[in-house]
Design a protein around this ligand. Structure first.
Ligand SMILES: *Cc1c(COP(=O)(O)O)cnc(C)c1O
Length: 881
């Protein structure tokens, strides 16, 4: 019978076991194996089936708990696990230890708020879809391990991302699980026993309300906004119904809730808990971009004389916002129709926003300007409101600097101020236990232990992990076929698919077009020969979800599924539906080779190959994303890329051909070349090299340390300095930008004189010379210390372009030329031979700017094409009213 109404009961555990609830509610258990073992002891079968402590505690028979309550051994282990958690939460950690050393006292006293649309922490909290979310989850876990003062901010989705099934004919079927927050490791944020609610104005006088669930990830609180509250109307209750579902209108409401509601949630959390206010705000992708305008609104709306004007507030916000871009594909950028943003900003009679009271609608709209005037670009707003920004691998940094170069006109792409922090993955989450158990310390100690292992022992571990995967493949293949409607009688074969000794290749990722799920099937007969070779068999595990609206992706999956159904092949190739964190862990641990064949350079970073590497998998990948910088010839293989071949089909043919050849001639022979004892020595040396050298580099701990030193600490310091003296530096910067607007058109380099040190300036002479340059610079109303004048000297190509110029700052002199222009001077000693050229340029300078290119303004000598700035060009970086 169907329930008329539902409610939640919590039968308390015996008091002796109360700590189990504590352990279940802190998600640190996700990466703490002893705590997992403790839960497993309670009911091994149930643990194996669910992997979910809260479900376990709810489902185990009360008698079992009574029994455990009197079991001294169990209680001792429970106490030890609880002690360990307490030590983990309170003990000293990297960040605390290095605060003094890194001068990060401002950050230590305040903290970081990290915003993301999705967080993949554990399969028990299904509020993630793929790489971006898992990266965010790993960021929180590593921040916890490092003791970083960080709070996560995201959305709580009533339906998690979908579970993937397959129809009988191999078409993806989506099932949406319903997340019941009361049975998840979440706690409602309350104040005096009342739920804390944040509110956001919607057009038409409506109000979007959201409550806040707090997940605890080790030391890190994660605030999740949830619009499913009775005070919302039906439509607004549905704002957080699902991740990446719905249309653009739905999405913009989610992003308004994340960005604006998220800042409000942080403020409430701080108020209720008494924790310090974060000063650094990190936008993990453009989805969180509205946090910047909300922070401006807060400062503009401060009471009375404490209120800041827009430009001063913007200066403060920019100084302390960090923006990370994740997509190298222009089509992947988050964009909305400008009209839609305008509608939600909801102007009143005076043109001010009702969504963001006190902010002029047109000014906010300009923050999202891009080439298409009808479009509001969230990434552009992220860059404009984030003084520090980065891509997620070195290559992605290069691509991003080109892709967004228009925001900094006049600068070469390599001068565009977008840095790079290469992603990492959380070792304790993703590394198989056998490797973790080698050392109780960190990944460095584990690497040292691997160095000391014998070849045979390493091979033994790899073989055990592969065998574990084979068991898992059989179990999942059987379940999947049952689910697709095949009868038990038709399924006998699933019991013996795969071979625990055969070379095992993994390919698991979202079925996005650029990832080319079916590249390996380009020549099906050749693939068939590779898989079915009787002497040197190869087996292939494939997994991945297509976005529910992406029929193209679903067709690719179907093509793979059909290929795997061939009776001759099904013993060697399998598609496992419902790729998620738990399946991912098994696949990464057990595969010998991790295959990745994206269209270069469309993979911003890619992280699955990193997870494989930390388990001793060898990567076989196009040199894209992280692999481009970390492949060293000994940790796997680079599939040659046919980048530059315009015809997509031909490119796919060429790259597939290269992949087959690498497999046939290099990878497979190496795996099957065995010593007298049956061990592939050379292979194992590559595994050892991967574990010891690559392992430590791909850690999320390395990534979060990089973010901390390169971005968070400088941003927190700059927040402190720009707010000092009642925001005097922020006001000064805002004034300076107004001044630039007025006077930049008058700034000019009228000429450059050069003189050598005794030598004549003979461009064809190979001799080294001292060159002194004097630039004649008209400054308008700017003072000499408010500009930076640079001489650029270097070899020139046949078009007269200076290649890799040396840049020397020119000092202002007290001299002027007859026209009253200030003279700037520098002496340069070229270090290379060859034909040289030089030029000079003027850039804005202010102590609160962190990069010379930051404002996108630059002036070259009169007559140079690159001359850019207000007056000579439009559409440049942020010049809000
Ligand atoms: C790591 C991971 C991803 C991301 O992998 P990419 O290589 O970046 O495509 C996606 N889904 C799951 C479940 C993962 O564990």
């Amino acid at each position: 019978m169907k329930a008329f109404r539902r409610f939640t009961v919590r039968v308390p555990l015996p008091t002796e076991l109360a700590d189990l609830t504590v352990l279940a509610h802190n998600l640190r258990w996700v990466w703490h194996e002893p705590t997992q073992d403790l839960f497993a002891t309670i009911d091994p079968a149930l643990w194996h089936a669910t992997g979910d402590p809260l479900r376990l505690l709810a489902d185990v028979e009360p008698e079992r708990f009574l029994q455990l309550a009197t079991d001294a051994g169990f209680r001792e282990r429970l106490a030890a696990a609880r002690d360990d958690l307490d030590r983990y939460l309170t003990g000293s950690r990297w960040f605390g230890d290095t605060t003094a050393e890194h001068g990060s006292t401002h950050l230590a006293a305040t903290g970081i708020a990290y915003f993301s649309m999705e967080f993949g922490i554990s399969e028990v909290l299904p509020i993630y879809s793929g790489g971006l979310g898992i990266l965010a989850g790993d960021h929180l876990k590593a921040a916890s391990d490092l003791g970083l003062p960080l709070v996560g901010v995201g959305l709580f989705y009533r339906s998690g991302y979908f579970h993937q099934g397959l129809s009988h004919d191999g078409w993806q079927v989506e099932r949406y699980p319903v997340n019941d927050p009361t049975s998840l490791p979440l706690e409602l944020l309350t104040d005096a026993d009342e739920p804390v609610i944040v509110t956001i104005s919607m057009p038409g006088g409506r109000v979007l309300n959201a409550r806040i669930w707090v997940a605890t990830v080790g030391r890190i609180p994660l605030l999740l906004l949830d619009s499913d509250v009775p005070s919302n109307d039906e439509e607004l209750r549905g704002v957080t119904d699902r991740l990446y579902g719905g249309d653009q209108d739905h999405r913009i409401k989610q992003e308004i809730l994340l960005g604006i509601g998220g800042v409000r949630a942080v403020r409430e959390y701080v108020r209720v808990t008494g924790r310090p206010e974060p000063t650094v705000f990190h936008m993990n992708e453009g989805h969180a971009g509205f946090l910047g305008v909300e922070r401006i609104r807060e400062m503009v709306g401060r009471p009375g004389a404490a209120a800041l004007d827009f430009d001063t507030a913007e200066a403060v916000v920019r100084a302390s916002n960090v923006f990370t871009t994740h997509t190298p594909v222009p089509a992947g950028i988050d964009r909305f129709p400008r009209d839609m943003v305008n509608y939600y900003l909801d102007a009143d009679q005076s043109g001010n926003s009702r969504l963001l009271p006190g902010l002029p609608v047109t000014t906010v709209l300009d923050l999202g300007d891009e080439a298409d005037p009808g479009v509001f670009n969230m990434a552009h707003m992220g860059f404009r409101l984030g003084q520090r920004s980065n891509g997620v691998s070195q290559l992605h940094g290069v691509v991003s600097r080109e892709m967004f170069a228009d925001l900094w006109p006049g600068f070469d792409p390599d001068e565009v101020p977008i840095g790079a922090v290469t992603n990492g993955v959380h070792g304790p989450t993703w590394t198989a236990r056998t490797w973790l158990d080698l050392s109780a310390d960190d990944e460095v100690a584990q690497a040292a232990a691997v160095t000391a292992m014998s070849t045979d022992d390493i091979w033994q571990v790899r073989s055990t992990l592969r065998a574990g995967l084979v068991d898992e493949v059989r179990r999942r293949a059987h379940a999947s076929a049952r689910d697709r409607g095949f009868t038990e009688a038709e399924l006998g074969w699933t019991a013996d698919i795969f071979d625990p000794e055969a070379l095992t290749i993994g390919f698991a990722r979202r079925a996005a077009t650029y990832k080319r799920l079916t590249l390996m099937l380009r020549d099906p007969d050749r693939m068939r020969r590779i898989l079915t070779d009787p002497q040197r068999p190869v087996q292939l595990v494939i997994a991945g979800k297509a976005h529910p609206a992406d029929d193209g992706g679903k067709a690719l999956i179907q093509q793979v599924v059909r290929f795997t159904e061939d009776p001759e092949l099904r013993m060697r190739i399998v598609f496992l539906p419902d790729y998620d964190i738990s399946m991912a862990r098994d696949i990464y641990a057990g595969c010998d080779v991790w295959l990745n064949n994206p269209v270069r350079p469309m993979e911003a970073c890619g992280t699955s190959g990193m997870k494989s590497a930390m388990n001793g998998g060898l990567n076989l990948s196009i040199l894209d994303g992280w692999w481009d910088e970390m492949a060293d010839g000994e940790n796997g293989w680079a599939i040659p890329s046919a980048e530059g071949v315009g015809d997509e089909n031909r490119r796919d043919d060429l790259e597939a051909e290269a992949l087959y050849t690498l497999l046939e001639e290099t990878v497979i022979p190496l795996f099957y070349t065995r010593s007298a004892t049956g061990v592939p020595d050379r292979w194992v040396e590559m595994v050892r090299h991967t574990l010891t050298r690559l392992g430590p580099q791909v850690q999320a701990g390395r990534m979060v340390r990089d973010y901390t030193t390169a971005l968070y600490v400088p941003a927190a310091d700059q927040f402190a300095s720009i707010c000092a003296d009642d925001f005097a530096p922020a006001r000064d910067l805002a004034d300076y930008r107004h001044q630039l607007e007025r006077s930049w058109p008058a700034v000019q380099i009228a000429g450059i004189d050069e003189s050598g040190s005794g030598d004549s300036l003979d461009a064809d002479s190979p001799q080294r010379v001292n060159l002194t340059f004097t630039a004649h610079v008209a400054l308008g109303e700017l003072s000499p210390e408010r500009v930076c004048v640079q001489a650029l000297v270097g070899r020139v190509d046949s078009d007269g372009e200076i290649i890799d110029p040396e840049i020397a700052e020119m000092s202002p002199t007290s001299e002027t030329d007859p026209s009253g222009r200030t003279l700037f001077r520098a002496t340069v000693v070229p270090t290379r031979s060859g034909r040289h050229g030089y030029t000079a340029r003027v850039l804005p300078r202010h102590p609160q700017l962190s990069d010379d290119a930051e404002l996108g303004l630059v002036r070259y000598p009169v007559g140079t094409a690159e001359d850019v700035g207000p007056g000579s060009s439009s559409g440049s970086l942020p010049e809000p009213a």
